[in-house]
Design a protein around this ligand. Structure first.
Ligand SMILES: Cc1cc2nc3c(=O)[nH]c(=O)nc-3n(C[C@H](O)[C@H](O)[C@H](O)COP(=O)(O)OP(=O)(O)OC[C@H]3O[C@@H](n4cnc5c(N)ncnc54)[C@H](O)[C@@H]3O)c2cc1C
Length: 346
């Protein structure tokens, strides 16, 4: 049977673009479909990633897409516990998210074959149906993010709400990343990330057990820490799946990647690396005409890494900020080199 493409990829976020880059490099026929209008917009991520993992899984590091480097960080509770760390080199990056995704779509592996403004309404065997026609492909890579109605349904109780305000605040001299754990943000944390010389990213993510809107929660936290208040330049809000990584990521010729399969590091709520890695593995498996290889890489490399973070997150957050505080106290008695290895490689 002949198909229009070797693969149709649904979603042009990090995981879909990473899958597309693998197929582009292998010279395969593929198309990426996305309902939104422009790559990298709306902004869906702070863009903070660990450099160790970025290098390990081959994410881009071009200076043109990096807003700032992370050399010094602080983990705190809002009750006064803290552990501070500084390094003689960058251990993390904060991407300029829009530039980062545009780079993936056009320069990382060459110009990818993407069709925007195209909403996928159904997938069935080898056919992907959209609001402007249908496409056939040997394989389908689903990279449609946390709110997708396709594939396994995420347990809504295990999804964090996340909200960020880019505020007009001068770059800090001491830390490029501060995370505060607080009972106001169950399962998640508040953050202060470096952005430009004149702006910082202040945000919060949490399991929405109280039902209080995140904007309100962030406002209350800012009242407690007025050093974080500043004029709001941009806002962004979305969801982050935060639970056990999925077991099954392939059904026949269909592969699921990124947020759709909880490829999010539960400790940091960082999903860019899991999205990139799973997308790349799915793309490579399709390029090799060996779809079971994706499930193998997931089982042997990606899922165990996610599971370690999932288990640690459950322990650390067992009793809210109180237990996080206990882990901070424990971490402080570790040798400095061990502290740096653990926190610097998150
Ligand atoms: C506020 C916030 C801050 C964050 N900060 C960080 C951070 O600092 N570091 C980090 O590592 N992670 C962070 N994350 C998480 C990270 O952004 C996500 O895990 C990651 O972007 C997921 O990538 P993805 O490709 O799986 O999904 P997405 O990026 O959501 O991409 C899915 C794409 O599919 C498209 N789509 C969906 N349905 C359809 C359809 N029916 N038809 C066509 N197209 C469709 C969507 O338009 C979208 O473009 C943050 C998330 C939030 C919400």
């Amino acid at each position: 049977m002949s198909f229009d493409f070797d693969a149709v990829i649904v979603g042009a976020g990090t995981s879909g673009l990473s899958a597309g880059a693998a197929l582009e490099k292998a010279g395969k026929r593929y198309i990426i479909l996305d309902k939104k209008q422009e790559i990298g917009l709306p902004v869906r991520s702070t863009g903070a990633v660990s450099l160790e993992w970025v290098n390990r899984i081959g994410m881009p590091t071009d200076s043109s897409i990096v807003a700032s480097g992370i050399k010094a960080m602080s983990f705190r509770t809002d009750t006064g516990k803290h552990i501070d760390m500084s390094f003689d080199r960058n251990v993390g990056l904060v991407y300029d998210f829009t530039k980062y995704e545009k780079f993936l779509s056009s320069s990382f592996a060459g110009k990818l074959n993407i069709r925007m403004n195209t909403r996928v309404s159904g997938i069935s065997e080898n056919t992907v149906t959209t609001d402007s026609g249908s496409f056939t492909a040997k394989y389908i890579i689903m990279a449609a993010g946390p709110q997708s109605t396709f594939g396994q349904k995420l347990d809504r109780k295990s999804v964090l709400v996340a909200y960020e305000e880019t505020r007009k605040l001068p770059a800090r001299k001491d830390f490029q990343m501060i995370l505060w754990f607080s009972d106001m943000a169950p399962g998640g944390y508040f953050w202060d990330f470096a952005d430009t010389e004149e702006t910082r990213k202040i945000g919060v993510c949490y399991y929405p057990v109280s039902g209080e809107p995140p904007k309100e929660v962030l406002k209350k936290f800012t009242e407690k820490f007025p050093e974080l208040s500043g004029q709001v330049a941009h806002t962004m809000a979305h969801q982050i799946p935060l639970s056990m990584p999925s077991e099954k990521v392939r059904e026949g010729n269909v592969m699921y990647t990124g947020d759709m399969v909880n490829a999010v590091l539960n400790t940091t709520a960082g999903g860019l690396q899991g999205a990139f890695w799973s997308g790349k593995a799915a793309g490579q498996s399709v390029a090799d005409d060996n779809p079971s290889h994706y499930q193998e890489v997931w089982d042997s490399e990606i899922r165990p890494w996610l599971l370690r973070h999932h288990n640690l997150h459950r322990k650390i957050h067992r009793n809210g900020a109180k237990s996080v505080g206990r882990y901070i106290t424990l971490a402080k008695i570790m040798p400095k080199s061990m502290q740096k290895k653990i926190f610097g490689g998150l």
